[in-house]
Design a protein around this ligand. Sequence first.
Ligand code: FAD
Length: 365
Amino acid sequence: MTKYDFIIAGGGVIGMTTARELAVRGASVAIIERGELGREASWAAGGILSSMRPWTENPASAGLSEHGKMHYPQYISSLLAETGIDPEHVNSGLIIIEAKHIADINHWASSKCIKVIEKIENQKPEIKLPEAAILLPEIAQLRPPRLIKALRKSLEQLSVSILENTEITNMMKRHGRCERVEFNGGKLSAESVIVTAGAWSKLVLGDRFNEINIKPIHGQMMCVKPAETALHSIILDGGHYLIPRLDGHVLIGSTIEDIGFNKETTMTAQEELRDWAASVWPSLKNAGLVKHWSGLRPSTDTEKPFIGSVPGFKNLYINTGHFRKGILQAPSSALLLADMFSGHSSFMDIGEFSINSQKNLAKFV
Ligand SMILES: Cc1cc2nc3c(=O)[nH]c(=O)nc-3n(C[C@H](O)[C@H](O)[C@H](O)COP(=O)(O)OP(=O)(O)OC[C@H]3O[C@@H](n4cnc5c(N)ncnc54)[C@H](O)[C@@H]3O)c2cc1C
């Protein structure tokens, strides 16, 4: 049986960025994915490189998000140079139209030296912005499916072993170690195993991990093609948003549904999303529907991911639970974990995301 330095269990954006970061440092890595790499939550995402409510984000998650925001331009340019695939990282800015939070946003932004613009110009009259809207001009977006394609090519070039259509059925654990990973058609072993299976991480780990509370939260999203391009910035209103793409498509997102492992898309959600979108940009009411899809976000009780070792096991690790920020936080989470393996100090303390540190926290948030 081939023995790798690392097995990455689950091939979404978190698994792929983790595999890349370790392979770049010279490790031998295998990534095991039940379907095709990156086709679950990571493909479904809008690609906004900001949390939905940065002014209320807990300090640990905010540190990861802020690093993600700063680190992405360099990350994308190295991926582009390496693979020739452009994830379309664009500094489109983010307009928040929740009047009741304007004072909180201003307070948060000034304490973090984040640029805000309260007098928003250059939006076309078709877009109905309320008086009290605020623009965060430094927020960027990217296209997740393109990011996934670039990451995939990078992993191939780095000689990462990619096992797709391969469902992990058991992690054989003995004497405080994960001895091997078993899947349909075979088994593999590694010095270290990292679980990156998103909403399914708890199932992949197996029972006995009650403190790791990760659950799926369903999100539906649609893409429309308006007759004219009127919007250049992302618009955010509570959990709803519009994301204008460079090619004129507009994404309308998203629902938040706690319905288990169910990925069904519904007409009710489509109508709800379209009605909200039309309240901001009336002609979206009749804009042609290009696609309607959904994904399962991995959520945790503490609103921060689990990154680090799995207690009780010498060689078992986890990187998951990024909920609505997995695209934003993926490269930074991978860096944090890889720095831990390399014995380097990193941009923040990985202990903030340990399973033990979150055990008793959940009931207080
Ligand atoms: C509608 C929607 C919009 C979003 N918008 C944004 C956004 O704008 N910005 C942002 O930052 N984030 C956004 N997110 C969140 C982001 O998509 C997730 O946080 C991120 O994709 C999680 O990545 P992951 O790799 O942990 O999970 P996933 O992408 O779900 O990957 C987990 C992988 O593990 C695999 N797996 C599961 N079980 C097994 C098994 N037994 N064996 C092998 N493989 C297995 C799965 O097949 C899957 O491919 C959005 C999510 C949704 C649903």
